[in-house]
Structure formats: C-alpha cells, structure tokens
Write a protein that binds this ligand. Structure first.
Ligand SMILES: Cc1cc2nc3c(=O)[nH]c(=O)nc-3n(C[C@H](O)[C@H](O)[C@H](O)COP(=O)(O)O)c2cc1C
Length: 427
C-alpha cells in the first residue's frame, strides 16, 4: 500500500478534487486545501516545479483510514491497539521506487514545499516523517515540521523529550536522518504514534499493512521503499530560528531555535508526488488524535472497563477526550480520569461518560454533563502538570517541558443512584 493507492481509491470513489489549472505552492495551494477540507486534493500542475504533482488531504476523514485498513470506522481503535501491541518488523528489500531517481546534487529550492500564510517563517515541510536510529532504543520514526532555510538546510521542530530530541541530545556529533515525504495511510498513522521507547513505528506500520524498507544511499538507515521522496542527511547540533508557524491549534506557534538539518542526498520516484498537510485542518487533527485513542483505552482499561475513547476535533484533536466506561464501582469515574491523563500526556480536559452516551456526539456529551455531573463532587483539577507545547494558554519556558492545569469531569451516573432517574427517555 502506498500514497498512489489512496489517490486511486479517492478518484474511484469520486472524492478526489483534481486541480488541473496551475497552482502555486507559495501561498496559492493552502487556501484550496482549506476550502476542500475533508477531501483529497491533487494538484496536477505546480507553478515553477515542472514534473511535480502535489497532494493533500488523503488522511482527512476517519472513513479513509477505515477503507485503507479494511475495517469499519468504529473498529479502527481496536485495529490500532492490536498493531501497537503486536508490531511486525518490516521486510528489507534491495531496491524500491523511492530511489528510482537519485538527484546528482542537492537543491531544496527545487522541491514544491508549501508556504501557507505570509507570516509563517517560510516554506514548511509538514508531512515529512523523520527516520533516525537511537543508540539505545533503535529506530524512531516521527513527524517533525521542517522550515526550509536555503538550498541544503532546514530548521526542525523537535518537541523536547520525544524520541528524536532524546536521540540528538545523546549523540556527540551529527545524527544521521532520512526524511520520507509521500507515504501510505498506515505509515502516517504509525509515525504519529508514541509507542514505548524501543518499539519501532515501522513495525507498527507493517503490522497494519505490508511496509517494505530499503537501505539509504548515504546514511546507515532504512526508509520506506514506496515513499515518494527521500531526503538523506544529518541532524546537527547547530541551531537556527524556527517559526513562527500556524500549527495544530490554528494559533500562531512562536519562533524558537531548532536544530539544523543538513541534506546530502535527494532520491525520489520518476514522476514524484509531493505530499502536503495543512496544519490545524482535519488531516492533521485525525493524525494527531486517532493514535492516542488506543493508548488512552489501554490506560483506562487498567482501572475499569473502557468501551471507547473519542479525541474530539473541538479540542484540536489533541487536548480533549471523551472516555466511555462501563461503571462497576463508586470511584471508577475518577480513576478513569487519572488513567486517561496517563494514557496521553498532552491531554488537558477529559469527560467520562457511561455506555448510553455517544462519545462522538458533542451535544450528548454536554447533556451528560448537564444531567449527571456536579462540579463540587465530580470535578478533578490538577495544577502544574506536564502539558502540550501547542497550547498558548500553558506555561512555556525555553528548553523545558510545557506546564498546564488539567481538568476531568466525571459525567457518569452517580454510584448507587436510582438509574431510571438519569436515563434519557427516547422516543
Ligand atoms: C502532522 C503531524 C505533525 C507533527 N509535527 C511535529 C513537530 O513538528 N515536532 C514534534 O516534535 N512532533 C510533531 N508531531 C508529533 C510527533 O510526530 C508524534 O508525537 C510522535 O508520535 C512522537 O513520537 P516519539 O515520541 O516516539 O518521538 C507531529 C505529528 C503529526 C501527526
């Protein structure tokens, strides 16, 4: 399975928006991707970049993931949970389409990297997956936005204490890196996950769908054989200003210094398709939130029976979750709140509901808060917790983990109460 399979499926289903008029990656494509949020958009002609096409939005609906993984949308959470606990190392093959063309030199200005807003720090790679090798934990694969600085260099955003940041801090010299752009939905999902250190995200991708890898040309790493574009290089200890950038919360993430990535080799398919991803829109939201649902499910299942978890788009698909439980004791609502925070470190607000409340329906969740919750009895507030760097209301200090307050609402029927008084009378 690869990016092109998703484009073919979208075209066959009539969902693909195909833009045949020339479009400019510099401020011209982002408004069109935004207008069609929820649908894949393929740009056939890219102003200034002959031979390239650009695609966005392939991951912008739960149904697209469900179709790619051949499960109903409601069962995605179990499919992801299964792959997370049963990873399968990817097969190594001799060659792959990602190396059909080996560029004789390096010139990043010849890649159609999008600039979304005039006040962004510059053109940003947003769907790039960085592959690195941690000396202690092995391969780590994750998304990192990359600001193009010039023809050879990017500035990367590495959130502190995540896999790539940890590996770079440990390495005395440059850390070899390969950036893969243009990937299948299982690979995008796996790269968004934060499994325990030492668990290879590509083995999770391979458990979801066959995902062969090939050796890189200049660095001791393996990359996805079917990816569209590979940038081989080094993460250095030099830093450069990175940002500002409109990110997941659709607010301006401020400029910081980020490590410089130097690129030494570019390989790609013969007729490459550059994958773009518009931050804060459905594709970004789903990729951030969906992989956290199984980790919250697993954490809550350790303290009570968890039926389902929904990370909600109104909460930027990162900061808010609804946890549905089958309550079997007086303290399980509160225990579920604490467990949900353990299951997703950046979670800020969580609502716990019973089995009769649809966690995907914001009006039903609010109804449960209105009819089952008392603030002086059912509210949990935690102060000075590690939180998300993306929340502008948190406390952010350079080089340190961001801090936040957290809130959990136990909106389940009070234990021992007469259930019939709390049940919704449905016609
Ligand atoms: C589209 C997208 C963009 C992301 N951009 C960044 C980023 O710029 N920097 C970062 O540190 N994490 C970013 N993330 C989050 C990490 O990729 C994700 O949390 C990953 O699981 C971290 O894994 P690790 O803890 O194993 O390194 C992004 C995630 C997605 C889905």
């Amino acid at each position: 399975m690869n990016l092109r399979d998703s484009i073919c499926r979208a075209r066959a289903d009539g969902r693909l928006v195909e833009v045949t008029a020339p479009a400019n990656p510099d401020l011209g494509m982002a408004p069109l991707i935004h207008r069609h949020d929820g649908r894949p958009v393929l740009f056939d002609r890219v102003t200034g970049y002959p031979g390239w096409r650009v695609v966005a939005g392939l991951a912008s609906a739960r149904e697209y993931f469900a179709a790619a993984l051949d499960v109903p949308p409601a069962e995605l959470i179990y499919k992801l949970a299964d792959a997370l606990t049963n990873p399968v190392p990817p097969p190594v093959v001799g060659d792959g389409p990602c190396q059909e063309t080996v560029e004789p030199g390096v010139d990043l200005t010849r890649l159609p990297i999008l600039r979304h807003f005039s006040f962004d720090g510059g053109p940003y790679v947003t769907a790039g997956i960085l592959v690195i090798d941690d000396p202690n934990y092995g391969r780590n694969v994750s998304f990192h936005r990359l600001l193009r600085l010039d023809g050879r260099r990017f500035a990367a955003r590495l959130v502190e204490k995540r896999g790539t940041d940890t590996a770079l801090r440990k390495s005395l010299g440059d850390l070899p890196v390969a950036v893969c752009i243009g990937n299948s939905l299982p690979v995008l999902l796996a790269a968004s996950m934060s499994p325990p250190m030492g668990v290879d995200e590509l083995a999770i991708a391979n458990a979801l769908a066959p995902t062969p890898v090939v050796p890189c040309r200049t660095v001791p790493l393996h990359v996805l054989a079917e990816t569209e574009l590979v940038l081989e290089g080094r993460l250095t200890h030099a830093t450069a200003p990175e940002g500002p950038f409109v990110d997941l919360t659709e607010t301006m993430d401020f400029a910081r210094r980020g490590p410089v990535v130097e690129i030494d080799r570019i390989t790609h398919r013969h007729d490459p398709i550059y994958q773009a991803l518009l931050p804060g829109k459905l594709e970004h939201k789903l990729l951030m939130g969906m992989p956290k649902e199984p980790t919250i499910l697993a954490a809550v299942n350790q303290v009570c029976r968890c039926i389902n978890v929904a990370i909600t788009p109104g909460g930027t698909s990162w900061l808010h979750a609804v946890v549905q439980i089958e309550k079997r004791g007086p303290d399980e609502g509160r225990a579920a709140i604490q467990a949900a925070f353990r299951g997703h470190g950046s979670l800020k607000h969580v609502v716990v509901v019973d089995a009769d409340v649809n966690p995907y329906d914001p009006a039903e969740v609010e109804w449960a808060i209105a009819t089952r919750f008392q603030a002086d009895r059912d509210l949990v507030v935690l102060t000075d917790q590690p939180g998300s760097s993306l929340d502008p209301s948190g406390t952010h200090r350079a080089g340190e983990k961001s801090l936040t307050a957290k809130m959990g609402l136990d909106a389940t029927i009070p234990w021992g109460a007469e259930r019939s008084a709390f049940e919704k009378i449905r016609l």
